[in-house]
Design a protein around this ligand. Structure first.
Ligand code: SF4
Ligand code: SF4
Length: 119
């Protein structure tokens, strides 16, 4: 089932795949940013659930331990939304929580394990 194609064609909902862990013919997990009209989004989510796709909104939060962060900037390179940036004047890491979509891509990049997720 070409789900993202049907989301666009049938519901006018754009699906931006942030992270995908899917093995052929296996259960998989996608982190997807959906954008479109609110009513169409609701209808699209209902349609996906009718296909037995489990859909959940992200409620987890990323946490940065400033005490151990060394401001190396490695995490900023993988952040798709620029929630993580280095301040150009102070060279310190800046985290804008409102931009974070909890894709978790930054977590494995941190060499000192300063990034974690609060579920
Ligand atoms: S989880 Fe990390 S990489 Fe993903 S959006 Fe949030 S800060 Fe950026
Ligand atoms: S990768 Fe880790 S140590 Fe480097 S800036 Fe990001 S949080 Fe800080």
């Amino acid at each position: 089932m070409p789900v993202t194609y049907r989301l666009a064609k049938d519901f006018n909902v754009a699906a931006n795949i942030i992270r995908a862990q899917v093995a052929p013919n296996q259960i998989g997990k996608l982190v997807v940013e959906l954008s479109g009209d609110i009513d169409q989004l609701d209808a699209a989510i209902e349609w996906m659930r009718s296909l037995h796709i489990t859909v959940s909104q992200s409620v987890a939060e990323i946490a940065i331990n400033q005490d151990i962060c060394v401001d190396c900037g490695l995490c900023t390179g993988v952040c798709p939304t620029e929630a993580l940036t280095l301040d150009p004047e102070t060279y310190r890491l800046s985290f804008t929580r409102s931009r974070c979509i909890v894709c978790e891509q930054c977590i494995p990049t941190c060499p000192v394990e300063a990034i974690s997720i609060n579920l």
